[in-house]
Design a protein around this ligand. Structure first.
Ligand code: SF4
Length: 64
């Protein structure tokens, strides 16, 4: 399971993450980044292309 952290204060709205999003997990609308964490995306790749590291993906280890 992953946790996606988006810091809109450092995001420069370049739109690269939305372009990389294949299943609607990230949309760039009206100058805002909208993230839907429930969508199946390659979040690691999306985080890696962000030029300012505004998206961070953390792996959560479940003990269930
Ligand atoms: S790639 Fe990073 S800086 Fe660019 S819009 Fe997405 S979150 Fe913002």
């Amino acid at each position: 399971m992953v946790k996606i952290i988006y810091d809109e204060k450092i995001c420069v709205r370049c739109g690269a993450c939305a372009t990389e999003s294949e299943n609607g997990g990230i949309k760039f609308e009206c100058g805002k980044i909208i993230i839907d964490k429930t969508k199946n995306e390659d979040w690691q790749t999306i985080a890696a292309i962000c030029p300012v590291a505004a998206i961070i993906v953390k792996n959560i280890i479940s003990n269930v």
